[in-house]
Design a protein around this ligand. Sequence first.
Ligand SMILES: [Zn+2]
Ligand SMILES: [Zn+2]
Length: 424
Amino acid sequence: MKIQAINGFKDILPDSIGQWQYIEQTARDVFERFGMQEIRMPILEKTELFVRSIGAATDVVEKEMYTFGDKGITMRPEATASIMRAFIEHGLHVQQPVHRLYTIGPMFRHERPQKGRLRQFHQLDAEVIGAVEPRVDAELIAMGHMLLDELGLQVRLELNSLGCPVCRPPFKAQLIAFLEQKNEGLCDDCKRRTHTNPLRVLDCKKPACRVLVQEAPSLLDSLCPECDLHFGEVREALENLGIPFQINRFMVRGLDYYTRTTFEFLTTDLGAQAAVGAGGRYDGLIEQLGGPAISGIGFAMGLERIALLMEQQDANKLPASTMDVFLVALGGNTLAPCSQLAHALRKQGAKVAIDYSSRSLKAQLKQASRVNARYALIVGEDEWARGEGILRNMKTQEQQSFALTGSSDEQGLRLIEALNIAIQ
Ligand SMILES: [Zn+2]
Ligand SMILES: [Zn+2]
């Protein structure tokens, strides 16, 4: 019996790895232009970290975490809490006031698998810790926008403010009163959420709930003066940077720790409307986890969704992977010198393929085309006896003889010169 991967867990095969590497490299490149530094955390954390940060009454903590070891250990469902845990544990705030950190890696949630949603999924995560200024919010959002733009993607940016511990509780009370009045029309989930997590009712996807909440009070009308000022300055700073956005007063995000600015990068090109990336400010989180009273803002983007969307929107085409040379060794006594030459060429920076099975010339040239080799160097026993090989341009099929004299290092250097392979 064949053993297969677990449902919701997926291999990334060599055919698509080029795209993944391209996305990751573009992200590193863009993030580092903004002064971001990479951080890597373990995949396993104490369960308590996520209960205290994400919130006990959230879908993630209630139903979606992979928890074991007497429920004490959890596979991280997101990166922000882990970054904060590491930040506090190592006292990073003592070194400098503002930290810009990013990480790339797998996250785990026990959800129903569907297109673009896996149980092991991968995120790009960026956080700015220690800055309260609205311009920082705008700059971080602009960084996400720049990344998606450089990947060639078209997405819509939506923005909201979730207020703070001063203005959110009175709003919550007002919202609960409204929801209790409309209780009959709500879906079963929202009936329950009315008291556990009323804000989540605002972004319920069920049509009946969507209609009902149109009349719900808006948090944007209840912001305290500080939050109102902050939100105004974020919008102004985004306009200043030329980043288009829309206000969505129903956006609440699934995690409890968000305060003030929240945002999503959205697309309708993946079936139902989906977020490619999302994030927000979390001014109380670090203190809540036992750290100093400093604020933070961050976002996460889904690598699977970005990859799907790139295919869907026919975004930036990746250059096909190529080999510089395919060494065609024909016959027993050519194998040793050809393997030496391959080794010398690789040391010198060339990408080299070689077949040690002594298959026919025709079969090996076919393989050379399959791996996109630019050139083939054909070395038969007769040629080798004369100290030469045949160099074939795989595209034009032109052939010329090539001297194989001197050491393999010398042969390699001469070949590289002849092929003009750019070595970095
Ligand atoms: Zn407020
Ligand atoms: Zn609902």
